[in-house]
Design a protein around this ligand. Structure first.
Ligand SMILES: O=P(O)(O)OC[C@H]1O[C@](O)(CO)[C@@H](O)[C@@H]1O
Length: 440
């Protein structure tokens, strides 16, 4: 991964960060790096994630794939948040090959039923993933998938792999049915687990080279140093931190590759759940180039000066010639390739924001391949950890998500929770309604 922060400098953008400020910030980066190094060496909670490229053993993952008693035509991954997004990012980036992949990471009944109805359940494998083993959405969806298989006369136990922590309901279910288990590594929060069995099983089922993914991550791990000027990941973490403290409260992740659309979703959880604490944290926005040049770009170029746009672009792409249009006004397209068009659009959009004095950062990868995507994921994780150190917050917990979980459980009769009482006290001012009548 290579980074270019030139268009985030104060000489180009507002908010922007001066070179002198980055130099001064580099002293804090060096201290933060020492803290990160110590955490990695000790396997401390959270910091342990930055050791996954050298700790993750691919063999149990291959073993779990081999344990499937079918040659799957489809794979359903049941998980939510980091227990689904890492795998989904890798499969969407690298392709699912001959395997139809479904990621059940929401509990919308219409959507779940529609996805299951279209699957060849007798030739479908299941990976249920939950670090805690107690996440309501994951357990609910797994029970629905299991029932659908039973109703189809399928033995769900010969094609289900469980990825979970050492204990909890899911571990018990796996043990009770003698299901193959993959271990969620200790000390690794879900949003940092893509480079572990949590994220690597699905791409392995799809036939991808998970060793290459880990190899790319290892290469990025080797760049971690005591200076942002020699470490792309730290350069990104430090620049985003500096821009946030200067007013860039939004970070629009805008990859110029359709296959990295899910990566932006993965980044959004990583950034929001790690850094959104103590009133701090950039709001991550999922954007996509070139598509969002025809939507969100208006806001980023002419709206409030509160947004950093982060571009991710591959240096190498596939090619597809644009046929001759036979229309004089479109002659400029004829004979060009789609790859030239999207690259020109990226350059133009980056320049458009610079011309308006809006900060952007460019992350370049060689191509959207296993090694590059492994390095990109690792780089973002390391950048996030550094940004958390600089901000003085804990990047590895997520206490704010617990309130809604307790309220949900209370609303479903799963216990007495003050939060669910608070739900009933909602202030209302309704307009419209079934009849369309307005109420005052
Ligand atoms: O893997 P689990 O324990 O099911 O958690 C799923 C997701 O829920 C969260 O814990 C937030 O509730 C995320 O951090 C995590 O990725």
């Amino acid at each position: 991964m290579e980074i270019d922060v030139g268009n985030a400098l104060a000489s180009v953008a507002s908010p922007g960060v001066s070179r002198d400020s980055l130099e001064r910030l580099d002293e804090r980066v060096a201290r933060a790096h020492e803290r990160i190094e110590a955490g990695r060496a000790e396997g401390e909670h959270g910091y342990a994630a930055l050791e996954l490229p050298v700790e993750t053993d691919p063999e149990p993952i291959h073993g779990a794939v081999d344990s499937l008693e079918i040659d799957p035509e489809a794979l359903v991954t049941v998980g939510i948040g980091g227990s689904a997004l890492g795998a989904k990012t890798l499969v969407d980036a690298l392709g699912s090959g001959e395997v139809e992949t479904v990621f059940l990471d929401n509990v919308d009944p219409d959507w779940v039923s529609r996805r299951l109805a279209n699957l060849p359940l007798e030739r479908t494998a299941v990976n249920v993933v939950s670090r805690s083993g107690t996440t309501a959405e994951t357990l609910a969806n797994f029970l629905v998938v299991r029932e659908a298989m039973e109703e189809t006369g399928v033995d769900w136990t010969d094609r289900t792999v469980v990825t979970t922590g050492e204990s909890g309901p899911l571990a018990e279910l796996a043990d009770g049915h003698d299901l193959p288990k993959l271990a969620v590594p200790d000390g690794v929060p879900g949003r940092f687990s893509a480079l572990s069995p949590v994220g690597l099983f699905a791409p392995a089922v799809c036939g991808h080279d998970i060793e290459a993914i880990l190899d790319g991550a290892r290469a990025e791990r080797e760049t971690l140093s005591g200076s942002l000027f020699s470490c792309p990941a730290y350069a990104y973490g430090a620049t985003t931190y500096a821009l946030e403290t200067r007013g860039a409260s939004v970070n629009a992740m805008m990859p110029y590759a359709e296959s990295l659309e899910t990566f932006a979703e993965w980044f959004a959880q990583l950034w929001a759940e790690s850094l959104g604490k103590d009133g701090l944290g950039q709001a991550p926005v999922r954007a996509l180039g070139a598509t969002d040049q025809h939507s969100q770009l208006q806001r980023y170029r002419a709206g409030p000066r509160d947004t950093l746009v982060t571009f991710v672009t591959p240096r190498e792409r596939g090619e597809r010639e644009i046929p001759d249009a036979g229309i004089e006004d479109l002659d400029y397209l004829s004979g060009a390739g789609l790859e030239e068009l999207i690259d020109a659009e990226f350059e133009a959009t980056e320049a458009s924001l610079a011309a308006a004095g809006r900060p952007t950062v460019r992350l370049e990868i060689d191509s959207v391949d296993a090694r590059s995507v492994g390095g990109l994921l690792y780089g973002m994780e390391a950048a996030c950890v550094l940004a958390g150190e600089l901000a003085g917050i804990s990047a590895f917990d997520q206490p704010a998500v617990e309130w809604a979980k307790r309220a949900t459980r209370g609303l479903l009769g799963g216990g007495e929770f003050a939060e669910s009482e608070a739900v009933a006290e909602k202030t209302e001012l309704r307009i419209g309604g079934p009849s369309g009548a307005s109420m005052r």
